[in-house]
Design a protein around this ligand. Structure first.
Ligand SMILES: [Zn+2]
Length: 311
């Protein structure tokens, strides 16, 4: 396996302006292409202002092109198609492909080093969320435990409701005799049992990303461990396809961290008095005792402590 190092002599940072490019020591324009042999493409460029092609025979203004170097060490700029036209299709294609390979490799290595450099700050943020943040992973565990103590396995039903996006809360009541008679008179075939139950939408529960968020799985197993393992590796020793895959696996790391914060924020909203009163109504009628327990808990010291981030 051939590994390419960062310090390739034929790759330079992309020039941003013609002035920057033409200030390079070896730069000359115009040059007579018949007197030169092309050695390498140093960089592609994309300028906002057009720059005249560096070939005497062309001098067309271009926005996009290549900075090239000749065998004699002279650098000049050529438009996108001039390389093929003036130096030959095959040679230019090869040099351009060589350059592209180097550029891609250099970009990959840079991304890898940038990610490695950000590992300490990501680690600090994850450790803070897991261990010390007021509204972090430990607090979320406490929230779950408190709610479980109040509503028991209905917590699992809440998970299902969150997954399905069914957060509407309906209140059940029995219709009065008079209402039942009227309803049955108006709807032929309606049984008494069917006519008896009435429901009315009374609100919508706060969305619960927190209920599904696996702090340890997402942040430690899924992100921090692989990141710390990658941080001590030398990107130069990893072949491009593998390096590309590894970098891809970290693509969503910023989103994962944001999701953790969003989960905690959603739990805090879930604990609002208004939402907990809706939760009491959301519980099925046969769990009236749990609903009463929950209503009594609202405003209690335990509830206040959770709202303050105490664990
Ligand atoms: Zn040209």
């Amino acid at each position: 396996m051939q590994l390419i190092t960062d310090s390739s002599p034929t790759l330079i940072d992309r020039p941003q302006t013609f002035e920057e490019m033409s200030a390079r020591e070896g730069f000359q324009a115009p040059i007579d292409h018949t007197e030169h042999v092309l050695k390498a493409v140093l960089s592609e460029y994309h300028f906002q202002r057009q720059a005249l092609c560096g070939l005497k025979a062309c001098r067309t203004p271009h926005n996009h092109g290549f900075l090239v170097i000749t065998e004699s060490g002279i650098e000049t700029n050529i438009g996108q198609y001039c390389g093929r036209t003036h130096f030959g299709e095959e040679i230019f294609h090869t040099l351009q492909a060589d350059h592209q390979r180097l550029r891609e490799r250099a970009d990959l290595t840079k991304r890898a080093r940038d990610l490695q450099a950000s590992a300490p700050s990501i680690e600090a943020r994850i450790n803070a969320f897991m261990n010390t943040n007021k509204f972090g992973a430990m607090w979320l565990t406490k929230v779950r435990a408190e709610l479980y103590a109040l509503i028991g396995s209905s917590l699992e039903s809440l998970e299902v409701a969150q997954q399905r996006g069914e957060l509407t809360v309906k209140e059940y009541r029995q219709r009065t005799e008079e209402e039942i008679e009227n309803l049955m008179a108006a709807n032929k075939g309606l049984t008494r049992a069917m006519a008896r139950d009435a429901t009315a939408v009374v609100g919508t529960l706060e969305p619960m990303p927190w209920i599904m968020f696996d702090c340890r799985g997402r942040l430690i197993t899924g992100l921090l461990r692989p990141l710390l393992a990658f941080a001590v590796q030398d990107p130069n020793q990893i072949a491009s396809p593998k390096l590309k895959d590894v970098l891809k696996s970290f693509d969503g790391h910023a989103r994962t961290l944001d999701e953790a914060d969003a989960a905690a924020a959603s739990a805090l909203r879930f604990l609002s008095e208004e939402n907990l009163r809706l939760l009491a109504l959301w519980l099925p009628p046969h769990l009236k005792a749990k609903a009463d327990l929950l209503r009594d808990w609202i405003g209690s010291e335990k509830h206040a402590n959770l709202l303050n981030g105490a664990i």
